[in-house]
Design a protein around this ligand. Sequence first.
Ligand code: AMP
Ligand code: ZN
Length: 470
Amino acid sequence: MTEGLFLFNSRTRKKERFVPIKPGHAGVYSCGPTVYSAQHIGNMRPYLFADLLVRALKAQGLKVTHVINVTDVGHLTDDADAGEDKMEKAAAQSGRRAEEIAAEYTEQWLVDRRRLGIPDPDVLCKATDHIPEQIEMIRQLEAKGATYRISDGIYFDIAKFPRYADLARLDLAQQEGANRIEEVTEKRQSADFALWKFAEKGVQRQQEWDSPWGVGFPGWHIECSAMSTKYLGETFDIHTGGIDHLPVHHSNEIAQSETALGIDRWVNVWMHEEFIDFQGEKMSKSLGNVYILQDLVDSGLLPLSFRYFFLQAHYRKQQTFTDDAMAAADRGYRRLVAQAQALSEDGGVDEQAVASHGAEFRAAMNDDLNAPRALAAATQIVRDESLSPATRRALLTECDAWLGLDLLTAALPQAIQEKDPRIDRLVAARQAARQAKEWAEADRIRDELAAEGVTIEDTPDGPIWRRSEP
Ligand code: AMP
Ligand code: ZN
């Protein structure tokens, strides 16, 4: 592979060298969360992935503008414009204001992102703050004759956009046949999608606005087109999202944007990340098989251990979450941090060795963000005794600017430790023996644990135990 950062482009289905539209700058838009409930760890994968991308672009010396939206209106329970508005539904069920729910879960998402080492985006834009921009784009579409009105809203007519099927290689005829059997609607084609939905008569919505077409709310897809264009311009470099967005949401975004703006190529590189599965299915709110980050923390795991877990799979591969895999990632992360932090500043930095020994790591990053390969390279570097500790530190600092694991500076909280009921019981028994001044018994238990590699440290908050590193 030649010089530069290579990224897999869903649009061309190829790994391509990244060439920014504007030299020295990269504009990135990532589809953000729908904030009607807590974001689970599956939901965090798109943002870990986008962070990995942004860090790799910065490692190329590019200035990056990263824009993420927050969907706080208009996302219906079915991505294809059917069902209820997720925000309104959550508000009705809880008796709360939709804005209040949105604010709570936006904050939870931001806090969890930060705990995972993800910096805040340069622009964080809410759909409800950009209603005029969305109305304006729908007007442009209307002026181009790409819309039509039916009883529940204004729709985009995909027949007016011949490239509609290109991004996801859709078989529209087959899709049309399959969907028509199930639903008979007023839509001209089953893939047509809502731009503006009318507020239903007799239903009191919390979130609705006036528009040239009547009171209602924007369809979900239009917000991403309107806001990305506002903040990144009429064409921009990279658009990211979950793999589920490819056939509907992103195909719709392209149709709207390219038609409204009258351009051939709105976005150069489309990137999609695969799902995290759990218990044999996609981890998802609707299936109920979810953990949020706090659940992991409550069971004694470190937030950055989840980042480490994420880095163990390539973003385009489906990843399976299990409690055991997560516990192993937690041990692996702690071990890597402990080894990195045990390195002294001795031996001076050998710049030549930094250049040569960093090559594998850099190649991994530039090969479509190959994080598992980069993680293996970092693990190798930390143990490479042919290099001085100071050289290894310099290399790890470079690796970590991309991996974001805080390898040299993370404070491993002593109080957070693995859970093991048997060891917990033995440690408690030793503590009881100490309090009863039964020193021989206390020592016997300590020795028994030491024989299996478990050391106990007595702290003002009580004893904590740790397995010694292999
Ligand atoms: P939502 O808040 O449901 O709109 O989801 C936000 C993002 O998370 C979308 O880009 C989804 O593609 C993504 N997502 C949801 N569940 C998972 C999962 N189990 N693994 C990876 N990504 C997911
Ligand atoms: Zn989007």
